[in-house]
Design a protein around this ligand. Structure first.
Ligand code: HEC
Ligand code: HEC
Ligand code: HEC
Ligand code: HEC
Ligand code: HEC
Length: 310
């Protein structure tokens, strides 16, 4: 792990320990009680019934067909949460739902815990950004500048934090996972939102891979230059600039201002390339991977087409 990440992580653990002192002493009644519940919700109950029926009738596909869906639903909120980064960092139920984690009596513990369908609940969909934003302040700030947020607050169809970071794992979806999610609104039929936005957003995120690669190149070049006894201070400051841009991108993403996101990413790529140049270490030209394969396939295709024409 990069030492910067380590320091940030330690810092976050410290902050988390101030926010949730009760959790650290393991005296959190929400956790104590909910870990023993297997509170199936409606959907979970339904899938469980399907599973039980399949098993009872000894249907061959019983588990295979449904195993993925089952895995997704047939877990209590607690089980999903316990595998999340939030659990690792002691972000407990009461941090989002409120209530009193200091009592074992359900009714008192649930005081002020409101259902997500209640507009004054902390987990009502339009209130979610502020609930998450108590800790994720920078993401909230960026998100507030987005058209997603404006539409959300105007009670139009728009994503909120947990549309993309689903309860209760709250993980960061990768590009292939979230494309379908965006298409729920960004499609031609529904006209809720521009239909090409998801593709553009994915391209923008992919561009951050290029930044990562250029940073790696610069890092290698600097290491080599150092071994050769060269002064690398200029290169190092260009690399530092690229690194700080890279670190801020996941936060910046939440403004959903793609042209700006692209510009910033590109300026990071430039800084990293500059760092490599600054070292004076000759750049190895990377070969386009699979070029020979492409050439071969194009050849085959043209032979096939020529033969068909005759
Ligand atoms: C003594 C056991 C117990 C404790 C302590 C407890 N819960 Fe619950 N909780 C339950 C049960 C059982 C349910 C299922 C619904 C019901 O019976 O009210 C539930 C339901 C919920 C729900 C679903 C909303 C609802 O009203 O049905 C939320 C959210 C929730 N609990 C959060 C919390 C939080 C946050 C804490 C800690 C501050 C907590 N719970 C403490 C037992 C408990
Ligand atoms: C990081 C914030 C966060 C944490 C931590 C969290 N929840 Fe939730 N929870 C939510 C959000 C947001 C929703 C609303 C999801 C939705 O609208 O579909 C929700 C929904 C629920 C529901 C569905 C009931 C309803 O009102 O719709 C239950 C039950 C629940 N949470 C229990 C828990 C328990 C138990 C824990 C701790 C083990 C926990 N949650 C931890 C954010 C959180
Ligand atoms: C009490 C503080 C707190 C609250 C409230 C909170 N989080 Fe977090 N969240 C954290 C901490 C601490 C981490 C772990 C350190 C990190 O990755 O920044 C984290 C991590 C995350 C991650 C990264 C997970 C990963 O696998 O890398 C996501 C996504 C996330 N939170 C989303 C949310 C969402 C969505 C909400 C609201 C429903 C929320 N958080 C509410 C403190 C909080
Ligand atoms: C629940 C509906 C919904 C979902 C899901 C959704 N969006 Fe949106 N999106 C909107 C709405 C509404 C707008 C605002 C359109 C407008 O201003 O006319 C918007 C605007 C945008 C914009 C700004 C477009 C522009 O030209 O200003 C981007 C970029 C975007 N969305 C990307 C995404 C991505 C990426 C995802 C998936 C990770 C996603 N959206 C998921 C509803 C949604
Ligand atoms: C339309 C989808 C979408 C919405 C809405 C959304 N996020 Fe994210 N979030 C993502 C994606 C995609 C990433 C990964 C971005 C990247 O890798 O550059 C991410 C990354 C994160 C991270 C990890 C940041 C890091 O440093 O690695 C956190 C924390 C987070 N989001 C919290 C939130 C919070 C809080 C909200 C609401 C205020 C929110 N997200 C709304 C899609 C979304």
């Amino acid at each position: 792990m990069h030492y910067r990440n380590l320091i940030v992580s330690i810092f976050i653990v410290l902050i988390a320990s101030f926010i949730v002192p009760a959790a650290l002493s393991a005296e959190n009644s929400c956790l104590n009680c909910h870990s023993k519940l297997s509170a199936f919700n409606e959907t979970e109950r339904l899938f469980n019934e399907i599973r039980v029926k399949h098993l009872a009738r000894d249907v061959a596909c019983s588990l295979d067909c449904h195993v993925n869906i089952l895995e997704k639903f047939a877990k209590s909120n607690y089980e999903q949460w316990i595998n999340s980064k939030h659990a690792m960092f002691n972000v407990t139920c009461n941090n989002c739902h409120g209530g009193d984690p200091g009592t074992e009596i359900k009714e008192t513990a649930h005081k002020e815990v409101l259902r997500s369908s209640d507009p004054s609940s902390t987990v009502y969909y339009t209130n979610v950004p502020e609930t998450c934003g108590k800790c994720h302040t920078e993401e909230l700030k960026q998100f507030q500048s987005s058209s997603h947020y404006q539409k959300l607050k105007a009670l139009k169809q728009a994503p909120t934090c947990d549309t993309c970071h689903q309860p209760h794992e709250f993980k960061v979806l990768n590009v292939s996972e979230f494309h379908g999610l965006c298409n729920n609104c960004h499609n031609i039929e529904m006209r809720i939102a521009p239909s090409d936005a998801p593709d553009k957003a994915i391209a923008a995120l992919m561009n951050t891979d290029k930044l990562k690669e250029e940073i790696k190149n610069a890092d290698n070049a600097i290491r080599q230059a150092k071994q050769e006894g060269k002064d690398v201070s200029k290169a190092q400051s260009s690399l530092d600039a690229a690194l700080s841009i890279q670190a801020n991108l996941p936060v910046l993403w939440h403004s959903f201002n793609l042209p700006n996101f692209e510009n910033i990413t590109n300026s990071g790529i430039k800084s990293a390339q500059q760092a490599t140049l600054d070292t004076g270490v000759p750049i190895e030209k990377p070969r386009t991977p699979g070029f020979d394969v492409m050439l071969f396939l194009t050849g085959l295709a043209s032979i096939y087409l020529l033969r068909r024409k005759r």
